[in-house]
Design a protein around this ligand. Structure first.
Ligand code: FHN
Length: 488
């Protein structure tokens, strides 16, 4: 009991509202828990992540073999959920492993694609809800090394490629949902008796040992991305079976999806961008490039590069990170439409990356009609990056409310940094005179240097976390003992 109390003390920075094991237990002996992380320690731990702004999400698994079709029928929903949506029996789904031989997989190429796009970290699915491990796991033979003709460990190869190319690597792990191993949870409840079993035994024999494996055997792991805590399934006690494993990776960053009342380090809005970001919480929007995370052979709803790029800028302007997904095929290839888009994003980032990396959110509390803003503040100097999506036809860009004088202004794409004229408004604001043509059709960046603390006449911003949560619909009664029916 004492040990647990000390462990919970270590994580007090990640506890929901100071929730601690001691509150609902008999008074503990006066053991001083290890000091919680200080703000300075946390800021140091989060620094690289906050500066990185942009990462690659990879959803890759045996689901890429059926690729959205089962028994000749196209199965609705996201590709990695085909086993659940198609109610495919455990032994039938497991047969796909015999066809999973991604011989075209090249970790160096994947990492180079991410880097060229301007991505600073990669988070790959080590085990998704289908229970299939994409690494050589000793905890279960249901893995890519033991159960497929591939006989390789792609996570080991990816870890090596990330080390060589100096990009950080994180792992996604589905800690509650597991549609293969008995006792794992399943959204909507189990559909095959083979899935029934004891949840604690599942945690003890599969989830915790596999989390230990991915945090012990692949060198430095920068991020652990938990997913779908499944409500009551992931109790505080079960979450605390998992948490001690994080100590194997000092400095690791983990998200808000473990469950058991733990908030982790980051909020994880999915497929949407918060209107104004979160007050005092790091956050990362994860998004697909088409309509699915895991590969589907017939999903060609590819978002245009303009949308992907303006999402990145919008997210950075609100102080968040963008985790943009690719879903590789069963041959081990990132789909060509994804590669094309990433190349185009990378071309923009080569010219404009300075306006994204290491920036903090916009100083403007209201949306700018023509685009977004990011900033870098260094003592009493500030650099504003104005991201112009809609280039003014009259060549005059209005910047509202700002009281500071502009020391200098130029187009980031202009290597000569030809000065732009900035007229002060009365009483506040600027009008920046721009050349006729925008340097970039998607977004052009204007750099404005300002002296002194930024002073803007504007209403206060309303952060996401200050908003009243939307009323949740009345909960359906959970299906007892057959997995759980809540996704979150
Ligand atoms: O159920 C998963 C889904 O398959 C996918 O992994 C996303 C990515 O964030 N997370 C869950 C849905 O919220």
């Amino acid at each position: 009991m004492l040990k647990r109390f000390i462990w919970v003390g270590l994580l007090s920075s990640s506890l929901l509202g100071g929730m601690a094991a001691a509150k609902d237990e008999a008074p503990q002996p006066a053991a001083a828990p290890a000091p919680a992380e200080t703000k300075a320690e946390r800021d140091a731990r989060m620094k690289w992540w906050r500066e990185a702004k942009f990462g690659m999400f990879i959803h890759w698994g045996v689901y890429s073999v059926p690729a959205g079709t089962y028994n000749g029928k196209q199965i609705n929903g996201i590709g990695e959920w085909i086993m659940n949506r198609g109610k495919i029996p455990v032994d039938v789904y497991a047969k796909y492993t015999e066809q999973f031989n991604p011989v075209k997989f090249n970790a160096d190429e994947w990492v180079a694609t991410a880097k060229a796009a301007g991505m600073k970290y990669i988070v790959i699915t080590s085990k998704h809800h289908d229970g299939f491990a994409m690494f050589h796991s000793k905890a279960s033979k249901y893995n890519i090394y033991d159960a497929t003709p591939f006989k390789r460990d792609p996570l080991a190869e990816l870890a090596e490629a990330c080390r060589k190319q100096d990009i950080r690597l994180g792992f996604y792990y589905s800690q509650a949902q597991d549609w293969h191993h008995p006792g794992g949870a399943a959204s909507g409840g189990h559909w095959d008796k083979a899935q029934d079993g004891d949840a604690d035994a599942y945690l003890k024999n599969i989830a915790v040992p596999q989390i230990r494996e991915i945090l012990s055997n692949y060198g430095k792991v920068a991020v652990l991305w938990f997913d779908t805590s499944m409500g009551a399934y992931m109790s505080k006690e079960r979450a605390e079976m998992i948490l001690p494993e994080l100590k194997r990776q000092p400095g690791i960053i983990w998200n808000n999806r473990l469950g058991g009342g733990y908030r982790g380090d980051t909020e994880t809005p999915e497929q949407h961008i918060p209107t104004a970001g979160y007050k005092d919480r790091d956050w990362e929007t994860c998004m697909t490039m088409n309509g699915t995370w895991g590969y589907k052979s017939y999903d060609d709803k590819w978002k245009p590069t303009e949308a992907l790029l303006q999402n990145l800028i919008d997210i950075a302007s609100k102080g968040g990170n963008y985790l943009l997904n690719v879903g590789p095929t069963s041959e081990g290839l990132i789909p060509a439409p994804s590669v094309e888009r990433l190349k185009e994003v990378g071309t923009w980032m080569k010219v404009n990356g300075e306006s994204i990396y290491e920036t903090t959110g916009t100083p403007f509390s209201q949306p700018l009609p023509w685009g977004r803003a990011t900033k870098k503040v260094n003592g009493d100097e500030a650099t504003l990056y104005l991201h112009v999506f809609s280039w003014p036809k009259d060549g005059k860009l209005a910047v509202p409310g700002i009281k500071n004088a502009a020391e200098s202004a130029y187009l980031l794409a202009d290597s000569a940094k030809k000065p732009l004229k900035v007229e002060k408004g009365s009483p506040h604001g600027w009008t920046i005179e721009l050349p006729g043509a925008a340097p970039d059709a998607i977004s052009s960046t204007i750099v404005v240097k300002v002296k002194g603390p930024l002073d803007i006449d504007q209403p206060p911003v309303q952060y996401e976390s200050e908003k009243k949560p939307a009323k949740k619909p009345a909960k359906k009664p959970a299906t007892k003992g057959k997995g759980v029916d809540s996704l979150k």
